[in-house]
Ligand binder design. Structure first.
Ligand code: AMP
Ligand code: ZN
Length: 726
């Protein structure tokens, strides 16, 4: 029996079906005006493992996952600026339905890529408005809801157990939790909307007995869960953010409608954080499955990663951990293939196979202990008292539950004849101690894309796996912490020029070639961070570096935050002077001498092209065309003495977007007593600034605002440091 924590009872208990042997499972599905990020997918993986476990235990499962294609009731959708995406799509002549269709298909592809079993139905909210209207009508009829001017609200005071699921029982907590929107039509600010009257000009609306309008968010799940699973639902899943208000509202609606308890077991999965913070498109860390695919990372590695933590604990997702999981998964696959190929001595031990299977399933039955299962299978792999074919059999069977797709792993040892021939030839050379010859053959085999692994008494040759193929291209880093700092080391060269590029090969070429042209080869090192580009910028840089010995390229395996990316350059630099350039800059003359002159004064901390001044920290004027003392230096060109880094330190990595990071870093210098000097006549031309133009207005505003908040939080009140007060 599968035991799970029930959010409603706050206890672990066994799942018991309403109808013997048959389980009904409802999962709150995706909002399809955008891609599902890997955090969302973690929730769906949890539901998938629950379903698979029930099936492995011999039950029949009906699984429903709704598609929220009426996203306009979700504040978050508005906040993320995605309504603009919709607006843009509509401007291109697409209908909301086409947009929803597009993202639904992408969602199904994502689920397929990580082996989530498709739900039996994916009902769409827009196709169930009649069912919603029926429930709302019935709630009105029984006075659990009331109408005001074409709007229908749920009267939570008439549903005594409202608040039981989330624990938001006290009025003050509830008010806090709903962050009361000022809707003067509500009797109680905590009442929630079931139906909203369509405002003038709205295109997406439905006719109802109360006039044209559209449904609230929670009502869709009551309508679709009851329609497809009936009035007794065994398991309902979602992420923890769904508990309130979504599921609290769903209970009030469904039970108000049916008159009895509908959902028996509420299961909520904890969130996935990315690089330590909440995932949000605006933070640039809402990774999606195509992000992994574009970078050649096996998406099933993400499935494996989610198995390494219990569903009620947070996962901090990093690319480092993802790649470690990919390596582990590939190793597991190799074991599986080799076990299958082995010629086991003696008959299969049916009892042992059965016992292992039961033992592994029992681990999972304890509150879906997937990390325990991972541990169990590795113990199985290493165990000496199970035959290899038996191990293969146990793994195949438990994979019905894990869903790692072991059985569809391509046989990496199934080599073309000519490679087998070479390998045999090489083994013969090894036996006769002809190491020179065997090394030559090894190189030949590896050149053709295979991996040769020698152990003491034998050699295996196999196809390379996804991570080996990737690493063959170039080494990548996943975070700034992987880079050792040279700050406290001696300078080795007069100048380091550092550039972070986020794609755009043409810009990259223009900027880097101009630097090469206007710097002395033996006086300058150029370090370029390819910040996870997937548009051939990495290849271009490799090509450029081939002919340019003082050009060093580092590749990030995903897009790092701007603060981290720039810190990597600051840490790696060995020049006395460090010049950070934005790829929008094209050098037009000998800038190094000029910068060296500006920085000669020990009081000067930062020199650059375009400064900013402020009187109050609230308004920064573009010191355009101005030279002299500044309050901050814009990020296009920031030059500093590496020596001063010892005092000032690195940039703040919480700045993931570039904007206002330059202000913040400038103030770090000012705080240490350094001044900031601009020279607008430096020989540089500014081209289109992609960090700015690549984003929509809404995205820019939001990101800038967030960074500005970070800036102000630290520097508010420090007007003493400003030029105007000196
Ligand atoms: P949405 O598309 O926003 O309705 O979210 C789909 C599902 O993903 C819901 O069950 C959410 O609770 C869940 N979810 C949202 N963010 C995360 C996250 N960061 N980690 C795990 N699950 C999440
Ligand atoms: Zn829902």
């Amino acid at each position: 029996m599968l035991e799970l924590y029930n959010t409603l009872t706050r206890k672990k208990s066994a799942l018991v079906p309403h109808e013997k042997g048959k389980f009904s499972v409802y999962t709150c599905g995706p909002t399809v005006y955008r891609d599902a990020h890997i955090g969302n997918l973690r929730s769906y993986l949890m539901a998938d493992w629950i379903r698979r476990t029930l099936q492995v235990l011999g039950h029949e499962v009906t699984h429903i996952k709704n598609i929220t294609d009426v996203g306009h009731m979700r504040q978050e959708v508005l906040e993320q600026g995605e309504d603009k995406v919709i607006a843009a799509a509509i401007a291109e002549g697409k209908t909301p339905a086409q947009i929803a269709q597009f993202y639904t298909q992408r969602f199904l592809d994502d689920e397929l890529a990580i082996n989530i079993l498709p739900a039996d139905e994916f009902p769409k909210a827009t196709e169930h408005v009649n069912e919603m209207i029926e429930i709302i009508g019935s709630l009105l009829h029984s006075s659990l809801a009331y109408e005001v001017d074409g709007n229908i609200y749920y009267d939570i005071n008439s549903f005594p157990t409202y608040g039981n699921l989330s624990g938001n029982i006290h009025e003050s907590e509830l008010q806090e939790a709903v962050r009361i929107e000022s809707d003067p039509l509500k009797k109680d600010p905590r009442d929630f909307t079931l139906w909203k009257k369509a405002e003038e000009g709205r295109t997406l609306k439905w006719a109802s007995p109360w006039g044209d309008g559209f449904p609230g968010w929670h009502i869709e799940c009551s309508a679709m869960s009851i329609k497809y699973l009936g009035k007794h639902i065994d398991v309902h899943t979602g992420g923890v953010d769904n508990i309130f208000p979504h599921h609290e509202g769903e209970i009030a609606q469904s039970e108000g409608y049916t008159g009895s308890q509908v959902v028996n077991h509420w299961v909520h999965g904890q969130h996935l954080l990315a690089d330590g913070v909440k995932m949000a498109k605006s933070a640039g860390n809402a990774f999606i499955i195509p992000d992994l695919l574009e970078r050649g990372i096996d998406p099933l590695a993400f499935r494996y990663l989610c198995m390494t933590a219990k569903y009620r604990t947070r996962i901090n997702f990093t690319f480092t951990s993802l790649k470690a999981c990919e390596t582990a998964l590939n190793k597991l696959r190799r074991h599986y293939i080799l076990f299958n190929k082995s010629s086991q001595k003696g008959a299969s031990n049916i009892d042992a196979v059965k016992e292992w299977n039961e033992r592994l399933i029992a681990i999972v039955c304890e509150d879906l202990n997937m990390p325990g299962l991972i541990d169990g299978i590795w113990r199985l792999i290493e165990s000496s008292d199970v035959g290899k074919l038996d191990k293969a059999e146990i793994l195949r069977s438990i994979d019905d539950l894990m869903g790692l797709g072991l059985d569809s792993t391509a046989d990496m040892y199934d080599l073309p004849e000519k490679i087998v021939g070479k390998s045999t030839e090489r083994s013969a050379l090894r036996v006769s101690f002809d190491y020179e010859g065997s090394d030559r053959l090894r190189t030949e085999i590896e050149k053709q894309g295979y991996l040769v692994e020698d152990s003491k008494d034998h050699t295996t040759v196999r196809f390379k796996d996804s991570s080996e193929i990737r690493e063959e291209r170039w080494k990548t880093i996943s975070s700034s912490s992987e880079v050792a700092s040279n700050i406290f080391h001696e300078s080795l060269i007069p100048v380091t020029v550092g550039v972070v590029v986020n794609g755009y090969p043409d810009d990259t070429r223009r900027c880097i070639s101009s630097v090469i042209r206007w710097t002395d080869f033996d006086q300058t090192e150029i370090i370029v961070l390819d910040n996870g580009a997937t548009d051939l910028t990495g290849e271009l840089l490799e090509e450029m570096a081939k002919n340019q010995e003082n050009l060093q390229v580092i590749h990030a395996d995903h897009t790092l935050g701007d603060g981290s990316a720039k810190n990597i350059l600051l840490k790696m630099a060995r020049g006395e002077i460090f010049v950070l350039l934005d790829p929008s800059v094209e050098i037009k003359g000998d800038f190094v001498k000029r910068i060296e002159n500006l920085l000669e004064d020990p009081k000067v901390g930062i020199a650059g092209l375009a400064g900013l001044r402020t009187e109050d920290l609230l308004h920064f004027h573009d010191g355009e065309g101005q030279s002299g003392q500044m309050d901050a230096m814009q990020g296009y060109c920031v030059a500093l003495k590496r020596e001063d880094l010892k005092k000032v330190g690195l940039m703040r990595e919480s700045f993931r977007y570039y904007r206002n990071l330059d202000l913040d870093y400038s103030f770090q210098f000012k705080e240490q007593g350094f001044s900031i000097i601009a020279d607008h006549t430096l020989p540089m031309e500014l081209h289109e600034h992609r960090g700015w133009t690549a984003l929509s207005e809404g995205e820019r505003d939001e990101l800038s605002r967030k960074n500005y908040g970070r800036f102000l939080k630290k520097w508010r009140g420090r007007t003493d440091m400003l030029v105007s007060n000196k």
